[in-house]
Design a binder for this molecule. Structure first.
Ligand SMILES: Nc1ncnc2c1ncn2[C@@H]1O[C@H](COP(=O)(O)OP(=O)(O)O)[C@@H](O)[C@H]1O
Ligand SMILES: [Mg+2]
Length: 188
């Protein structure tokens, strides 16, 4: 069973490989309505309908160094086993939206894992991408935009600076903790 933060990294990596310049990640958790929804929206090269229809086939991949693409098929299985599912909308030349839904309290729902590290990895390895991360947990919201950070600190090079990345890592970690009511990786 894969932690959700690693699934999120997979989905975002697909967006990066598709040449996206803008990637929005939204995570919405609601304990009352009992759902956890992950949405990744990109403005990459997109896919035509025919490709989207076969995307959950393990042999569907455009990767040149391997013959199977298991990211999306395994994620679908995991979501469907947890009272949810996955939906992909894409338009060639425009971009893609991936929505993954889980029943929050489902016994088999994978834990979130180290989301702060995932967010930092995405930012540190792709400083030129406008990455927007919005995370809602019940009534609380945390939002981080690399476009805004770049505007504040002046340039893109800053997102390669270890001191700034270290600060950013602590900032994201603290805010995620607050979202979960002060508990690390709050498995609530
Ligand atoms: N956001 C996206 N934009 C464009 N193509 C995508 C996107 N996500 C997935 N794909 C296509 O679907 C294929 C399968 O994805 P995945 O299951 O993650 O396997 P892999 O990434 O290992 O190939 C990718 O190879 C890629 O061609
Ligand atoms: Mg992939």
């Amino acid at each position: 069973m894969k932690e959700l933060s690693l699934n999120i990294l997979d989905i975002v990596e697909n967006s990066i490989k598709s040449g996206a310049k803008n990637i929005n990640l939204e995570i919405e958790e609601d304990n009352e309505k009992d759902f956890l929804i992950i949405t990744v929206k990109d403005d990459g090269k997109g896919m035509d309908n025919e490709f989207v229809r076969i995307i959950f086939d393990p042999f569907t991949t455009t990767s040149t160094n391997k013959k199977v693409g298991l990211g999306l098929p395994l994620l679908r299985e995991s979501a469907e086993n947890c009272g949810g599912g996955i939906e992909i909308q894409s338009e060639k030349g425009k971009g893609t939206i991936v929505v993954v839904k889980f029943k929050h309290s489902h016994i088999d729902r994978p834990p979130m894992g180290d989301l702060a590290s995932t967010i930092l990895t995405i930012i540190a390895t792709n400083p030129e991408i406008n990455f927007l991360y919005v995370h809602k947990v019940n009534e609380k919201v945390f939002k981080l935009s690399t476009k805004e950070i770049r505007e504040i600190v002046g340039d893109m090079a800053a997102l390669r600076d270890v001191t700034i990345l270290k600060w950013l890592g602590d900032y994201v970690r603290e805010n995620i903790k607050t979202l979960y009511g002060g508990e690390e990786n709050g498995k609530n």
